[in-house]
Ligand binder design. Structure first.
Ligand SMILES: [Zn+2]
Length: 347
C-alpha cells in the first residue's frame, strides 16, 4: 500500500516536471510548420512572418491553458492539497511586499536590456491587450506549475534548494534551443520566483513578481529608445524606431532597402554565457558555498555579470543593420528593387 502510494507520487512528480518543457517545445504553429516543410530554412517574407507571429500567440495561449489544466489534474490526482501549493491568502501583505521587492531585480535586468534585443521579441508586435492577457495567464499557469513541482519534489524528500534547482532546469530547458540570453534570464527568473514560493509558501509572492516583470518587459519592447544604425547599401544613418517597419524589419528611408538588426557576436553565445552561468556557480560551489542561499546568490551574481557584459558590449559596439535575407538568395528581391527604382524614375 505504502509502496504503491510512493510509486504514484513519483509518477505524478515526473509528469509535473516534464509538463512545461514538453509543452513549450512542441512545434504546434501550422504556419511555421508549413513554411519549414515546403521551404526549409529559407527566411519568411514579412506577410508570412506576420501570420506566423499571430500563430505564435495562439500557440502560447494553448500552452498556458493546457499547462493550467494538466497541472490542476495532477494536483487533483495527488495527495497534495491546494493550500500547500500556495493557493491561499496567508500572510498576503508580506508575500506581495516580498514579490514587489524582488521584482526590482528583474525590472533592473529588463531595464538594462538593449533596445535592439527587445524589439526582436514577439511582444514588440501584435495587440497590447492580447499580450497583457497572455502574460497574466502565463504568470498564473507557470507559477502554479512551479509550485506544484517544488511541493511534489519536497514530498519525495528532496531539499527545498534541490527542488527549486530542478524546476529552474525544467523551466529554462526549452529556451536553451532558441537563445542563450533568454535562457539566462529564465534561469534567474525561475530561481528567484522558486525561492519566493519556497520562502513564503504562497503563490502571491512569485505571482506579484511575475506580473510586474511581464508588464515591464512588454512596456520596454515597445518604448525602449533605439540607437541609430547605418544602411549597409547607401550609408544613410537613421533611427530604426522612426522609419517604416514590417514586423522586425525596417526600411532604409533613403534607398528603401529592407533591413534587420545583425545578430550579436558569437562570442556572447558560446563564451560569455557558459563562463558566467557555469563558471560562477561552479567556482562558488568549489569554494565551499553549498547551501541554498549561496546557490541562489551565485546564480544571481552570474546573471548580473552576464547582463553587464552584454550592456558594456552594446555600448562599445554600436548596433549594425544587415540586409533582410528572405529574398536575398532567390533573386526575386533584386527584380522587385529594380522595378521599384524604375517606378520612382517615372514619377
Ligand atoms: Zn539605404
Amino acid at each position: 500500500m505504502e509502496q504503491s502510494r510512493l510509486a504514484m507520487s513519483v509518477t505524478i512528480t515526473i509528469l509535473a516536471i516534464v509538463l512545461y518543457p514538453l509543452l513549450s517545445s512542441l512545434p504546434f504553429n501550422p504556419v511555421r510548420f508549413q513554411w519549414g516543410f515546403s521551404r526549409g530554412l529559407a527566411p519568411m517574407p514579412p506577410e508570412v512572418q506576420e501570420r506566423a507571429e499571430a500563430g505564435d500567440r495562439t500557440v502560447l495561449l494553448l500552452i498556458y491553458v493546457t499547462l493550467l489544466m494538466a497541472g490542476a489534474l495532477l494536483l487533483h490526482g495527488s495527495s497534495i492539497s491546494a493550500d500547500s501549493v500556495g493557493l491561499n491568502a496567508n500572510n498576503w501583505k508580506s508575500s506581495i511586499a516580498l514579490g514587489v521587492f524582488m521584482s526590482f531585480f528583474s525590472v533592473g535586468i529588463v531595464g538594462l536590456m538593449p533596445a535592439e534585443e527587445l524589439q526582436k521579441s514577439l511582444e514588440a508586435r501584435g495587440s497590447l491587450a492580447t499580450w497583457c492577457g497572455l502574460r497574466v495567464l502565463e504568470a498564473f499557469s507557470v507559477e502554479f506549475w512551479r509550485a506544484l513541482c517544488i511541493v511534489a519534489l519536497i514530498r519525495l524528500d528532496f531539499s527545498a534548494s534541490i527542488a527549486v534547482l530542478i524546476t529552474v532546469l525544467a523551466y529554462q530547458a526549452p529556451r536553451l534551443i532558441t537563445s542563450t540570453s533568454t535562457a539566462a534570464g529564465a534561469a534567474v527568473f525561475g530561481a528567484v520566483t522558486g525561492f519566493l514560493f519556497a520562502k513564503t509558501g504562497s503563490l502571491l509572492a512569485p505571482l506579484t513578481m511575475s506580473l510586474i516583470s511581464g508588464g515591464t518587459y512588454i512596456y520596454r519592447t515597445r518604448h525602449a529608445p533605439s540607437r541609430s544604425v547605418t544602411c549597409p547599401f547607401c550609408s544613410e544613418r537613421f533611427y530604426p524606431g522612426e522609419v517604416k517597419r514590417t514586423g522586425r524589419f525596417f526600411t532604409c528611408p533613403k534607398c528603401g532597402e529592407l533591413l534587420e538588426y545583425a545578430p550579436p557576436g558569437e562570442v556572447f553565445a558560446y563564451v560569455w554565457f557558459p563562463l558566467c552561468f557555469y563558471g560562477v556557480p561552479i567556482i562558488s560551489y568549489w569554494a565551499g558555498y553549498r547551501d541554498f542561499t549561496s546557490i541562489v546568490v551565485s546564480i544571481g551574481a552570474a546573471s548580473l555579470i552576464f547582463f553587464f557584459g552584454i550592456v558594456i558590449h552594446k555600448l562599445v559596439v554600436p548596433p549594425k543593420a544587415q540586409q533582410k535575407l528572405s529574398y536575398g538568395d532567390s533573386g526575386l528581391h533584386l527584380t522587385d528593387k529594380t522595378q521599384r527604382r524604375n517606378d520612382d524614375r517615372e514619377t
